[in-house]
Design a protein around this ligand. Structure first.
Ligand code: ADP
Ligand code: TRP
Length: 329
């Protein structure tokens, strides 16, 4: 069975965009592939070095993914820093990656612009750590967004270089993975663009109903259609897209019809949309809180993930050390 691997950033709660764009695919993948999903807490240190929230962020991510339906029996769900084989492989791969190519990486140049006061070496070698994450389980497929494509390309480069350097066919080339036919892009509530955590235009899985209502009611619209079947403006199109995602077909038809006959009241649409979102998020929020507070369950799941991940990782590391010429006395 092919291996799928994905790293999860631990710096932000899951919003509806993450859920429909990524998590839902994870739920399908875990049925069909040998899946490794992990929280990339070492990576988060390159941008969030303070200890204050490190543990709680990891805990929150774990609770959210479990609540959303990741099954720790089916998939291997673990924390990057629980697997010491990853930093060891990272060290070994570092000897075989060049400053020049790392400096040219877009994600690095981006961070240099964004945090000029903290251009740490971890940022420079971020793609090497990511390669170690992937190669440690010799993953076949990696679901990544557009912004991570170059980093995956670097992994392929490091893997190829390793094989060439030591005259082996040990690592295969991991492929980017698009699950499903079309990419879902969940729009935000601010009229344009996609839902994201940075712009405050997102609705979170763990969000309280009152807060969801407030956000949806203040979503951007326009002054309303003036002629039948008028082309929709982007903010209105976005609201209808959300309705399509969250509501019953009859609700969608009702508001479409109201729009096309110029009788629509956006306030009614938003009220309905807010309730339908809450219907979806409410059980999730309850479950997230339950899991977050269940230390016994969480520690059991974390330990199980650690054991499964290390079993696979230690085999790879053993092979790599041998290939590179390490021998024990
Ligand atoms: P964020 O916008 O919260 O920073 P990330 O960039 O960390 O999201 O993305 C995590 C995953 O969620 C990626 O697979 C990304 O493609 C997906 N994702 C994020 N926002 C959306 C969205 N609005 N619609 C669909 N998928 C999304
Ligand atoms: N860099 C990825 C991101 O920012 C997270 C990540 C770390 C990752 N290691 C990975 C993704 C390995 C896929 C495979 O989203």
């Amino acid at each position: 069975m092919e291996t799928v691997l994905s790293g999860i950033r631990s710096t932000g709660n899951l919003h509806l965009g993450n859920y429909f764009g990524a998590v839902q695919n994870f739920l399908k993948m875990q049925q069909e592939y040998n899946c490794y999903f992990f929280v990339a807490d070492y990576h988060s240190l390159t941008t969030h070095p303070k200890p204050d929230n490190l543990h709680n962020n990891v805990k929150q991510v774990f609770a959210e993914y479990l609540a959303a339906g990741i099954d720790p029996e089916l998939a291997t769900l673990y924390i990057q820093s629980d697997v010491p084989e990853i930093p060891e492989l990272y060290l070994l791969l570092n000897m075989n990656s060049y400053i020049g190519e790392l400096e040219r990486t877009t994600t690095f140049k981006d961070k240099v612009r964004k945090q000029p006061e903290n251009v740490n070496a971890g940022l420079l070698t971020y793609p090497v750590l990511m390669a170690a994450d992937i190669l440690i389980h010799r993953a076949h497929k990696v679901p990544v967004g557009k912004d991570q494509e170059q980093n995956l390309e670097m992994t392929r480069k490091f893997a190829k270089r390793f094989n060439h350097m030591y005259g082996v066919e040990y690592f295969h080339m991991p492929d980017p993975f698009n699950f499903g036919k079309e990419l879902v892009k969940v729009p935000g509530l601010d009229g344009t663009g996609k839902m994201g955590k940075s712009d405050g235009n997102g609705i979170y899985l763990a969000e309280e109903p009152a807060s969801i209502r407030k956000k949806v009611m203040s979503a951007v619209t326009d002054s309303g259609p003036v002629k039948p079947n008028q082309e929709m403006t982007e903010p209105v199109k976005n609201l209808f897209y959300l309705l399509e995602l969250m509501s019953e077909k009859s609700t969608l038809d009702h508001f479409r019809n109201a729009y096309n006959t110029c009788t629509i009241r956006y306030g009614d649409l938003k009220k309905q949309l807010a309730e339908d979102i809450i219907k979806f998020t409410d059980p999730l929020r309850t479950r997230i809180n339950e899991i977050y507070n269940d230390e016994v369950y969480l520690s059991k799941v974390v330990k199980m993930g650690e054991e499964k991940a290390r079993a696979s990782a230690s085999q790879t590391l053993k092979d790599v050390r041998k290939i590179m010429g390490f021998k024990s006395f």
